[in-house]
Design a binder for this molecule. Structure first.
Ligand code: G3H
Length: 482
């Protein structure tokens, strides 16, 4: 979708595979194909976005709030009619189970409606005047310019739209490149984008990052880099911008969220929440629990009951009833997880659940590793997949020191009962991460709450409310009271 046109592509294409086999031979299924655009088309998408913005004078950045909202409402109404198609593609492309795929779609629709409401409130607030020292100010929020958006494969709809929708809503113009997996599911929505927004406001391009995203950044015409994914790609793209220090960044990056299970924790609750936190969508969530610190007084009981529960999780194709564990969309992920497991086993850990590490072509059963130590790769690296390291601790300073030394700082889950112990601990933890989940697993939602991180985990904040602010700047008209 470039400059309001759905281009009929006659050049090179690349096939999109699902690791889910439609037969019993484990051969990947070809789902369709996408255009492999060249630099030329990528730059024409950039030109379309630059022209539509027109230095802030374009139709979209100057459009009345009510009219911009009407465009967004048209979009969300048209989007809703595509639910079934998008949900089906979510299951095939990224292996997300049916309830979670439906939830991803519905959550995105809700996110758009909530964004519209927040934007209306922002507009109402901007009608008010402030007065300080005889100067009256009419403060409002304006767009930043041209936004390049890149979304992740694990939430190809929801997190992508958590960037794209607020960026558009605030009057910016956009170029969006989807992730490698979770790309076809945008096809049913292309017409809705084309029908709802003026030409050039939303441009959607496909292709290899190096061929399409790099020249866009090198042009120096991008004002905001909005990316959810890994810091390596974010850094590379940022550095390609000739004035990278002037570029606004909105980034959601890696995390290694720990759970800390204190000795007085309600074990049933802690185990259930750790299961959900570590295994939902096979651990492929930035908010997943990626390391479990368990007090040594209860670690044996925790390990036994936790491992049994992990083993009871059902593996199946995404549409199968009750399938909690599903095929991994990245063909090389099982081998990567196996490397982490082998490294930990070599250094003294054991797989403590019976099914841990069982593999098929597109899947590896979650392995619970114990005891994990700091020299193991799985302690340091973000696994983003089905392996769960457990670390025993005797003194709370141990997990706290590890968190302070970590490169990441997104969230933590804290399990315990004694408020006298919990209260000071929470005060410490909120200065190490951005969200402390008390007796519950880590998660991004509800989407009205700020979603961000310290250190290498994030730049800027995403939530319904915050994202509108991350994609805009405060401007004002001042007049002297005379
Ligand atoms: O991958 C990172 C996502 O932001 C996780 O979102 O906690 O809603 O699954 P979630």
């Amino acid at each position: 979708l470039v400059d309001g046109n759905l281009i009929k592509w006659e050049g090179e294409t690349s096939e999109v595979y699902s690791t889910i086999s439609s037969t019993k031979d484990y051969k990947p299924t070809v789902l369709g194909s996408i255009p492999t655009l060249t630099e030329k088309e990528a730059l024409s998408a950039l030109d379309a976005a630059v022209n539509a913005y027109d230095k802030g004078q374009g139709l979209w950045p100057t459009m009345k709030v009510a009219d911009r909202i009407a465009c967004m409402e048209t979009f969300v109404e048209q989007m809703k009619s595509k639910r079934e198609e998008v949900v089906k593609l979510l299951m095939w492309e990224i292996g997300k189970n049916l309830p979670d795929s439906q939830k991803e779609f519905d959550r995105t629709v809700e996110y758009i409606y909530d964004t519209i409401e927040d934007y209306k409130q922002m507009d109402r607030d901007s009608a008010k005047f402030e007065k300080h020292d005889g100067v009256r100010a009419h403060i409002r929020r304006g767009p930043l310019g041209v936004v390049l958006c890149l979304g992740p494969y694990n939430y190809p709809l929801n997190e992508t739209f958590a960037l794209l929708i607020p960026a558009i809503m605030m009057g910016n113009t956009t170029i969006f490149k989807p992730a490698k997996h979770g790309v076809l599911l945008l096809t049913p929505l292309l017409e809705a984008f084309r029908n709802s927004f003026p030409k050039g406001v939303v441009n959607i391009i496909y292709g290899r990052g190096r061929t399409v995203a790099s020249p866009i950044m090198q042009s120096g015409k991008v004002d905001v880099l909005a990316l959810i994914g890994n810091s390596k790609s974010a850094n590379a793209l940022q550095n390609q911008h000739p004035k990278s220090n002037r570029l606004r960044l909105v980034l959601g990056l890696e995390a290694k969220n720990p759970a800390i299970v204190l000795k007085d924790a309600d074990l049933d609750l802690a185990i259930d929440e750790c299961i959900a936190g570590a295994t939902s969508f096979n651990g492929q969530r930035c908010t997943a629990l990626k390391v479990l610190y368990v007090h040594e007084a209860i670690v044996d009981e925790f390990n036994q009951r936790f491992s049994e529960k992990v083993d009871s999780l059902k593996f199946g194709n995404p549409w199968e009833n009750g399938a909690k564990l599903t095929p991994l969309p990245e063909p090389d992920k099982p081998a990567f997880i196996q490397e982490l497991i082998d490294d930990a086993l070599d250094k003294g850990a054991k797989i403590i659940n019976k099914k841990g590490g069982e593999t098929t072509e597109n899947y590896i059963f979650p392995a619970v590793l114990y005891p994990v130590s700091k020299d193991m790769r799985v302690y340091e690296e973000e696994q983003f997949g089905p392996v769960i390291p457990v670390i025993p601790f005797s003194d709370i300073e141990e997990p706290l020191d590890d968190m302070a030394a970590s490169n990441y700082g997104q969230q933590v889950s804290l399990f315990g009962k004694d408020i006298k112990t919990l209260a000071p601990l929470i005060d410490t933890l909120v200065n190490l991460v951005c969200r402390v989940n008390l007796n519950s697993s880590c998660q991004r939602g509800p989407d009205v709450y700020p979603f961000t991180g310290r250190k290498d985990s994030a730049v800027a904040t995403l939530s319904v409310h915050d994202a509108l602010r991350s994609f805009s700047i405060r401007t004002f008209v001042a007049s002297k009271d005379n």
